[in-house]
Ligand binder design. Structure first.
Ligand SMILES: Nc1nc2c(ncn2[C@@H]2O[C@H](COP(=O)(O)OP(=O)(O)OP(=O)(O)O)[C@@H](O)[C@H]2O)c(=O)[nH]1
Length: 319
């Protein structure tokens, strides 16, 4: 980041990037203008980060010269509760939340609207809870609680005029997709049902044998790609009246019987499980826990159903 601090940054303004050519446009810009220290992409107010993140979060093996550091969402403390109760009216929300433009669908349940604000909060790695001076301390607490209930993984900075003590580590150099820091905090925050639309849920994962690890991967594929739980649940747990679920963000630490420690990262249906570097783990990424843990942020999450389904999937293959 030195060159950004020592010299005025080169600003590339008014560059329009569409979803299909996003990564190619940025790579073309890099080759025309030389290297950039950091690219801050401000999305339009209606953008759904869940559609954009997978474009930039590319596999090392693809040889991309960009790297997704993290997603920052600025929340206006005064207006956010109103924004979270709006009726969805944007295509991004329609796509993510099964809602038709400006209307409720059969699948919308009372009080379970998915708004643009929900999408932007649920995908954030950092939330700047701004305009703190425009609300009372009680209102700020209520907003903080609501935001945390949607996204229990994100680091929240309460600010005035969006001022943070440093850029690095607060808004830049987040490394949100190459580490799993913060998983331990999720349980402590965990009042997950304040918001009826989206919540954060932490699932404990036992230490896995090779066949259980394979079963977990299959379970995740069905969960994230098909929004389906397998094996089928007993009827008491399979609630046909519950809203459809979908996962916006997944992050986890998986421990295997052979001593390997793995990291899960996912945005919508894109997910990746990689070996966690030893130093990272010792640096506290795993929180020193014996078990693993998967944190899911999404719509319609029911702890009983998810735990029962995953438990059965792991038991079926034995140790
Ligand atoms: N009191 C107060 N005013 C603020 C704060 N942050 C920004 N503002 C003021 O709010 C007004 C609008 O600023 P923003 O909401 O940041 O504007 P913006 O980000 O361009 O707005 P959108 O992108 O349209 O959401 C400006 O007059 C800012 O000076 C804050 O923390 N406290």
């Amino acid at each position: 980041m030195d060159s950004v601090i020592d010299e005025p940054p080169t600003l590339v303004e008014n560059t329009t990037i569409d979803g299909d050519t996003g990564l190619a446009s940025i790579e073309a810009l890099i080759s025309q203008r030389g290297g950039f220290d950091y690219i801050l992409l401000e999305t339009s107010g209606l953008a759904d980060p869940g559609n954009l993140a997978p474009l930039f979060w590319t596999d090392d093996g693809l040889g991309s010269n960009t790297y997704l550091d993290g997603i920052v969402t600025v929340v206006d403390a005064k207006n956010i509760l109103t924004s979270l109760s709006e009726t969805p009216s944007h295509p991004e929300v329609e796509e993510a939340g099964d809602a038709t433009e400006g209307q409720k669908t059969d699948e919308d349940h009372a009080g379970e609207h998915l708004t643009t604000a929900h999408l932007q909060i649920s995908h954030a790695d950092v939330i700047v809870l701004n305009k703190a001076d425009t609300v009372t301390p009680e209102q700020l607490d209520a907003v903080h609680g609501r935001v945390t209930s949607i996204n229990g993984l994100a680091k929240i900075h309460v600010t005035q005029h969006s001022r943070v003590p440093h850029l690095e580590g607060f808004l830049l150099d987040l490394h949100a997709y190459d580490g799993v820091k913060g998983l331990e905090e999720v349980e402590k925050k965990g009042h997950s049902h304040i918001d009826p639309s989206i919540s954060t849920l932490a699932l404990p994962i036992p230490i896995l044998s090779p066949s259980q690890f394979a079963a977990l991967e299959s379970w995740l594929r069905l969960l994230l790609w098909e929004n389906t739980l397998l094996p089928p649940l007993p009827s008491a747990l399979a609630d046909p009246g519950s809203p459809p679920f979908s996962i916006h963000r997944a992050k986890g630490l998986i421990r295997c019987q052979d001593g390997a420690v793995k990291m899960l990262q996912g945005v919508r249906e894109v997910f990746d499980i990689t070996d966690l570097e030893k130093e990272e783990e010792e640096g506290g990424e795993g929180g020193g826990g014996k078990e693993g843990k998967i944190v899911l942020i999404g719509r319609g999450l029911r702890r009983e159903s998810l735990e029962a389904s995953l438990g059965r999937a792991l038991r079926e293959v034995g140790d």
